[in-house]
Design a protein around this ligand. Structure first.
Ligand code: LHQ
Length: 256
């Protein structure tokens, strides 16, 4: 079985991490395959949004710890430069929204790959662990960048230093993730949210994502100028015209 399952349904790319016996821990092969699928998502005009989840009972346990030494795998530096850093930049730079559907535990790099996605939802039994410090490492995959911005310095600091597990419900309450769905409805509810994204205006999605990326480092003045520029682009599109016509016609919009 391939370590990544990939399908396209109604403009949505569905990506499933598929090493369930190892809680979908990342080895080099799975990481490169995921990168390859994200590149395909970027290039394909047919795909408007991406749904990322795990097969089996977990989302991902992070780095496969049996393949971490230089003698067995690509080594720490190799994994970061070849796999993890490109994965994070690929998700952030993709002009299409990526929804992470965390179906169980998300630990280490698995947690931080999820947290760099545009929307993160989890099943009630899901959880997040900055597991790095427990094995003498530091959070990677943008953990030290996104986590304080998502939940504030103090909570990010405590989670990174202690490596404690946080439940999906607590993660939602801290603002780490968007929503929690009951386990039995998780796949249907999270997929429905992803299909909603795939039906939105692609220009609007791309511009919102890029504006939010920029807001992480911009001043207010710079961000207001960017909003002005992007809003004019959006307002000049046929999707905006359709959005207005649909609203006035009391019908759902059909963005093309
Ligand atoms: C695993 C793993 C795993 C292999 C469960 N590897 N087999 C690191 C270094 C290098 C490059 C750059 O980046 C990184 C970033 C990182 O991601 S470091 C953090 C790596 N991840 C961890 O430290 C988490 C390790 N796993 C756990 O602590 C637990 O498995 C959690 C809390 C995630 C889940 O616990 P349980 O639900 O009790 O499951 P389990 O421990 O029984 O795991 C199920 C199986 O999966 C088991 O195999 P087995 O053959 O005994 O059934 C585990 O050995 C295997 N597995 N994580 N990361």
């Amino acid at each position: 079985m391939p370590s990544i399952l990939f399908e396209i349904k109604d403009r949505l790319a569905i990506i499933r991490l598929n090493r369930p016996d190892k809680l979908n821990a990342f080895n080099r092969e799975m990481g490169l395959l995921l990168l390859n699928k994200l590149e395909l998502c970027s290039a394909s005009p047919e795909i408007k949004a991406i749904y990322l989840t795990g097969m089996g009972k977990g989302f991902s346990a992070g780095q496969d710890l049996t393949e971490v030494t230089d003698s067995v795998g690509p080594g720490v530096a190799g994994m970061l430069t070849e796999v993890y850093n490109p994965l994070v930049t690929s998700i952030r730079n993709l002009t299409k929204p990526v929804l992470a559907a965390v179906n169980g535990v998300a630990a280490g790099a698995g947690a931080n790959i999820a947290l760099c996605c545009d929307i993160v939802v989890a099943s009630l039994s899901g959880s997040f662990i900055q597991a790095f410090s427990k094995i003498g490492l530091i959070p990677d995959c943008g953990g030290t960048y996104f986590l304080p911005r998502l939940i504030g310095w103090q909570k990010a600091s405590a989670l990174a230093l202690l490596g404690e597990k946080i439940s999906a419900t607590d993660a939602q309450q801290t603002g780490m993730i968007y929503k929690v769905f009951p386990d039995e409805q998780f796949e249907a509810a999270s997929l429905e949210m992803a299909y909603t994204l795939s039906k939105m205006s692609s220009l609007s999605m791309a511009l919102i994502k890029d504006a939010l990326n920029n807001s992480l480092n911009n001043s207010l003045d710079a961000q207001l100028a960017l909003e002005n520029e992007y809003q004019q682009k959006a307002a000049g599109s046929s999707d905006f015209k359709e959005g207005i016509e649909a609203f006035l016609g009391k019908r759902p919009p059909q963005f093309i």
